[in-house]
Design a protein around this ligand. Sequence first.
Ligand code: PEP
Ligand code: MN
Length: 379
Amino acid sequence: MIIVMKADVDPDSPEVREVVKVAERYPEVRAVVRKIQGATRALTEVYLLGPTTSVPVEPFEEMEAVEKVIRIRETYRAIGRHEGQAEVVGFEYNGIRFTQDTFHVFAGLCAVDTRENVELMFRALRDVGLTTTRAGAYKPRTSPYDFQGHGKNCLPYVFELAGKYGIKIIAMEVTHESHVDEIRTALAAAGNPTGVMLQIGTRNAQNFELLKAVGQQQDFPILFKRGMGITLDESLNACEYLATGGNHRIVFCLRGMKTHLGDPHRNFVDFAHVPVVKRLTRLPVCIDPSHSVGKKTMAPDGILDIAHVTAQGIIAGANMVLVDFHPRPEQALCDGPQALLLSDLEPFLRDVELVRKTYLERQRIYASAEASPRATGTA
Ligand code: PEP
Ligand code: MN
């Protein structure tokens, strides 16, 4: 059960304390207070955990400071969009806001290889006005003989260069909880010139101990990549592990499913699930066209498959695009064949902007249709 307080009722107020007191009178019920920054106002929500089915809604509904009481579904308790939760929520990190209404492109290196390539990449981003990127230091590779990433050794120069080129957030995968400490330490040593969004890779989507550890830290937001061979429901439950650890600053990333039914693409593109994840949860949704398609093949219309599926995800309402670029893909130590060139950056962003605008226009079309008798009529 969620008890939503009226606008601007403070989490520390006597009214919220009263809700918690009444809730905790019921056996084994525990109340967790959560402050949510909505699009237009701050909200306080009190989550009742434990055996809440026998807890009545009336005592809370009668309280002056309570806006509404929502009985939540059994599934996705922490990340789910429960009946009556229409409010846009999300989070802000390092000056950048993430919700189901915002849009950002994280373009960059799949893996950090040399300082020079990091600098070329970041400079190109600055030149097109992007402040969000990706850079893998810890790479989970299928073969133990492949490049495993430079790990903590590259962090000092990656963070220093991020500061130099105005990068605000780097999406960076962690494959072990110790990597979170290494990132925190390296950021502090560099004077915190940038921010990091911790990426949980598809191969770790059900590494529950890693999920719990990353969910329990509050320093960094999390980019969770859908498991490549599990159901959407299983991936959303994995996200619950992050959120129940206490960290609600999660972006859910679609990156394609592993099946030969998607051939000749590396994975079967699953961006039709963008609106589904937005409906089932309140998480912003990211698409990763690079790991979905896995190659730079081009359709006869002169548009790369990667650009085509990017557009398909954005037209469906994606809030973030995570995409591989490399100044010299032929030298990349990981995923070179799917990396776009720096010369692709400007046209790619123009395409993205056009499609995003079209998505917003689509929303307006259906918003006005909603007011018409056709939409409000019976089936
Ligand atoms: C990545 O983004 O570098 C990556 C390894 O992606 P995924 O976990 O989706 O394969
Ligand atoms: Mn990769």
